[in-house]
Design a protein around this ligand. Structure first.
Ligand code: SAM
Length: 215
């Protein structure tokens, strides 16, 4: 891993920036997951950042394990003392450092739009997930939910980073290839730029691995 850290300049301000961007995706994620989790369950948060997406789950009694490529974001998360374990891992280059079936749940919020291909990250997320466990993830979309097909649309952001919008056909294909059954999905307004009013929309998918009972 190199020392480059895209978030090192603003990790300390991240939570207040998210507030300014009126971003409530983390609350919507909790709402969709709430009746599918139990206190004591182990959850892996991929790209945990400062911990926003899994903070409520930790308060509800889940054991949160976080991985992230940014040391600066992990440092901010560590200050909150909400996670059982935090490790620096770049999932575009490294395997997830946990054994098969270690987690009841895997979550990744606000991360997958940085990946053109989701094949490897899905395979790894599902590997560390128990049968019957949930994999919850967000993908960036257009206001109308985006394209149906197996496409990946590139979009340049004003902060200079390219992001990728995965078509719904690609997500459906990934789920079926990895033995995931979508059990809930919701399109949300993820954030509003306070300077120019620009909006980003996200799909939140809750999926279940394998033949687990319930849904
Ligand atoms: C927009 S932030 C979202 C943080 C958090 N999940 C949340 O909901 O607030 C994206 C996070 O993904 C992390 N990230 C981006 N690419 C990554 C990769 N290849 N491996 C691990 N983490 C990555 C970044 O370091 C950053 O902390």
């Amino acid at each position: 891993m190199t020392d480059s850290d895209d978030y090192s300049d603003f990790a300390a301000q991240y939570d207040s920036m998210i507030e300014q961007f009126q971003s409530y995706a983390d609350a919507a994620v909790f709402g969709l997951m709430y009746d599918r989790v139990e206190p004591g369950d182990k959850i892996l948060d991929i790209g945990i950042g400062t911990g926003l997406a899994s903070e409520r789950l930790a308060r509800y009694g889940l054991s949160v394990y976080g991985i992230d490529a940014s040391q600066a974001m992990l440092r901010e998360c560590e200050k909150k003392r909400m996670a059982k374990e935090l490790r620096r891992v770049d999932v575009s280059r490294e395997q997830i450092p946990y054994e098969d079936g270690f987690f009841q749940h895997v979550l990744t919020c606000g991360v997958l739009h940085f990946f053109e291909s989701l094949d490897d990250v899905f395979r790894e997320a599902v590997r560390v997930l128990k049968d019957g466990g949930t994999f919850t993830f967000t993908v960036m979309a257009d206001r109308d939910g985006g394209v149906e097909g197996r496409t990946v649309t590139r979009r340049q952001t004003k902060w200079g980073r390219e992001v990728f919008l995965q078509g719904r056909g690609y997500i459906t294909e990934l789920c079926s290839q990895n033995g995931l059954k979508p059990v809930a999905w919701l399109l949300v307004l993820g954030d509003v730029d306070p300077e120019d009013g620009g909006k980003n929309y996200y799909w939140i998918y809750v999926t279940r691995k394998g033949t687990g009972t319930g849904e």
